[in-house]
Ligand binder design. Structure first.
Ligand code: GLU
Length: 398
């Protein structure tokens, strides 16, 4: 065939987090000795009440189509969660169950973006955001969160980045990859600009439960925000349900209707069984999540301590999520034992994978080539091995 394929699709990059995870898993399956801190995928099993709820659903024949927006009982439970944890008042008609939080981001953008619209994305950002904006014909506009400000953007920066064409801001709080968490005051100052400029806000809150010694506040919790915010969340991280692909959008009713229409045409609905599993997650209490948060905090401190001994510039302590975004640019310009010069984060990660069997993600994927990202949602043993390999690999550079 010679006829051209979709330009919009050809102009987007493949997800590097997904590519590295896939490659590492393939290498492990081939019997290679690889330690992967690539994808953010909790190492714990999906908790028992969730698995039981899913088995029960299968045995009771909950295996047929559901409504495009999902099962009413599950959407009601999501509303209860949003009220209990975030003080947000949603009706079930405003909730759309999705095939994971990534799909919920896609839905939100698909409902909002016209070709040429600008979407503000604070950088460093999660790999997927700019590509989805481009895919839908929009333009990603990056605002650099400065390291001195814990990689967070300020209201002044936001105001300066807005143009006539700015349609929305895509906030990720807590942030993947930096672990930054916006305080209530910081969010309040951003909210003033969002409202003054009449922007929509897509607030990806998938790491909300993994915040260390800080308060989590939803962007939708401020006066005037519920009507312009689409809250994105999911169960992959909080309930170790990565492979189940289940999440949701919580949106103003008019936007929720559009998302329901999109979903009815595109995927019909997320898996019926996964929706019942999510219902199990919503009803099981928070003790498992608390245990995970405590484990991640210990692991975060271990990673901080180990990498501080290896790096010339120590990583900043992430206040949330489960990633360490570590500066490695002090090593750029050095040579590998076989004479290749390391010029950036992609080359460094490639070298570490090939020579040490360590899979981590280049900062370039997140819009910051000075850093690499470690996921510390892995066992203590894996983290120790990863740090040993990181240290050995860097020590070999000359
Ligand atoms: N969200 C996780 C990560 O950033 C999983 C992979 C992906 O979807 O990007 O590693």
């Amino acid at each position: 065939m010679t006829r051209p394929l979709s330009n919009r699709t050809q102009n987007i990059a493949a997800s590097l987090t997904v590519a590295i995870d896939t490659l590492a898993k393939q290498m492990i399956a081939e019997g290679k000795d690889v330690v992967s801190l690539g994808a953010g995928e909790p190492d714990f099993a999906t908790p028992e009440p969730i698995r039981t709820a899913a088995c029960k659903a299968i045995n009771e024949g909950k295996t047929r189509y559901t409504a495009p927006v999902g099962i009413l009982e599950v959407r009601k439970a999501v509303c209860e969660k949003l009220l209990r944890d975030n003080g947000l008042h949603y009706k079930p008609e405003q909730i759309i169950m999705t095939s994971g939080a990534k799909h919920a981001v896609f839905n939100a953008l698909a409902a909002l973006i016209n070709p040429g619209d600008e979407v503000i994305i604070p950088a460093p950002y999660w790999v997927t955001y700019p590509e989805l904006v481009k895919w839908l014909g929009g333009s990603p506009i990056f605002i650099q969160g400065l390291r001195e400000n814990d990689f967070k953007i300020t209201a002044n920066q936001l105001e300066a980045a807005c143009t006539e064409r700015t349609k929305a801001i895509l906030l990720n709080n807590p942030c993947n990859p930096t672990g930054s968490v916006y305080s209530r005051e910081e969010l309040a100052s951003l909210v003033k600009v969002i409202i003054a400029k009449d922007l929509y806000c897509i607030s990806d809150e998938v790491y909300e439960y993994f915040v260390y010694n800080k308060e989590f506040v939803s962007a939708a919790a401020f006066e005037g925000m519920e009507e312009r915010t689409i809250v994105v969340n999911g169960f992959s991280k909080s309930h170790c349900m990565t492979g189940w692909r289940i999440g949701y959008d919580a949106a103003p009713e008019s936007i929720a209707k559009i998302i329901g229409k999109i979903q009815g045409q595109a995927t019909h609905h997320p898996s019926n069984v996964a929706q019942y599993a999510a219902l199990g997650a919503l009803g099981m209490g928070m003790s498992e999540v608390e245990k995970m948060r405590a484990a991640f905090l210990k692991r975060r401190n271990y990673m901080l301590e180990r990498t501080a001994r290896i790096l010339k510039t120590p990583a900043k302590a992430p206040d949330g999520a489960f990633y360490l975004f570590a500066p490695v640019n002090d090593f750029y310009g050095k040579k590998t034992p076989d004479g290749k010069t390391i010029n950036g984060s992609v080359e460094l990660c490639q070298y570490l994978l090939e020579s040490e069997g360590l899979a981590i993600v280049p900062g370039a994927a997140f819009g910051d080539d000075t850093c690499v990202r470690f996921s510390y949602a892995a066992s203590d043993d894996m983290l120790q091995k990863a740090c040993d390999r990181f240290e050995r690999g860097l020590n070999k550079l000359i």
